[in-house]
Each structure stands twice: as C-alpha cells, then as structure tokens.
Design a protein. Structure first.
Length: 177
C-alpha cells in the first residue's frame, strides 16, 4: 500500500523560519495567558468582597452591608475631633440607617497616635460615652504595607494619592454599591 501523498511542500527557507517563529510566539503567548488564569487570584472589584474583624476579633463579611450606602470612616478616641465625630456619626446612623445607610467605623492609631486603646476598649468607650450603635471594627492600619486589605483596596481604587502615610486624619465617604 502506498502512503497517502499530500501536496508536496516547497519550503522556502526564510518563509518557513518566519512562520515557525510567529507560531512559537503565538503558542507562548497563549500558554502564558492560560498560566495567568490558573495562578493569578481573581481581582477583587468590590469593598464588600472583603472580610474584616469586628472589635471582638470575630471575622465579619462586609457582604452583609452590600446594597446600602456606606460611610467608611476611621475613628480615634483620643483626638480633638472625637466628641464631634462620634456624635455626628451617631446622628447620621440614627437618621439615615432606616434608609439603607451604614456607618462602618474602623479605629486607627496611625494619625497622631490618637487611638491608644484596644479594639474592645474602643467599642466599649464609644458605646458608653456616645451611645453609638453602628458597627465598630477591629483597630487597623489604613495606610502603608501593613494596611488592612479592605482599606488598601479603597485607597488604591479611589484615593491613589494616599498610598503614602500622611500626618492628618482623613475620612472616606462613598456610596460603594
């Protein structure tokens, strides 16, 4: 039996080499893309995709606050703005909470070392002295390499100019639906 005879290939040296190089490049590109899909973590595109600790250290999914307007704010108990901040946040939460509004308070000691207490002490302080009922989370770092991932996401996405530590407190207000 004779082998099947196909069209004879007339290989011109330079065209075959160019084709082989292009084919190799395409295959390498496809393989790199497939490897990235396999090994790269999925990109988080929502603040509500994160989990954080509450003041008692229990893991809380921010997903439970999704679908509402959220005021994400860093707070401090030993700051000249403490009284005004907590009272204002309490009023906002009281007035707008029933209308799908959240105040999410994250204590931080990075700005003038104005939050010396532990997370549980902070929560107790705010509840006893100001009567706040909104969630107060675990004391975190907001900026720098040790920043809480949820805040790193907010700063990177919405305030990229704050990727360096500043010496002033800032509040971050947004509707992150």
């Amino acid at each position: 039996m004779e082998p099947f005879a196909a069209y004879p290939l007339k290989c011109s040296g330079s065209k075959v080499k160019v084709f082989a190089v292009l084919l190799s490049m395409v295959l390498c590109t496809v393989m790199l893309f497939l490897l990235q899909l396999k090994f790269l973590k999925p990109r988080i595109n929502s603040f509500y995709s994160f989990e954080v600790k509450d003041a008692k250290g229990k893991i809380v999914s921010l997903e439970k606050f999704k679908g509402k307007a959220s005021l994400v704010v860093n707070v401090a108990s030993d700051c000249r703005y403490t009284d005004k901040s907590y009272l204002t946040l309490k009023e906002l939460h009281k007035e707008f909470g029933p209308y799908h509004f959240n105040v999410l308070a994250f204590p931080c000691n990075q700005f003038g070392e104005s939050e010396p207490m532990s997370s549980m002490e902070i929560e107790s302080f705010a509840r006893q002295n100001y009567g706040v009922t909104f969630p107060i989370f675990h004391k975190i770092k907001i900026l720098g390499p040790e920043a809480e991932p949820a805040f790193r996401f907010l700063v990177g996405k919405y305030l990229p100019c704050l990727n360096v530590v500043h010496s002033f407190p800032f509040h971050y207000y947004t509707n992150m639906r």
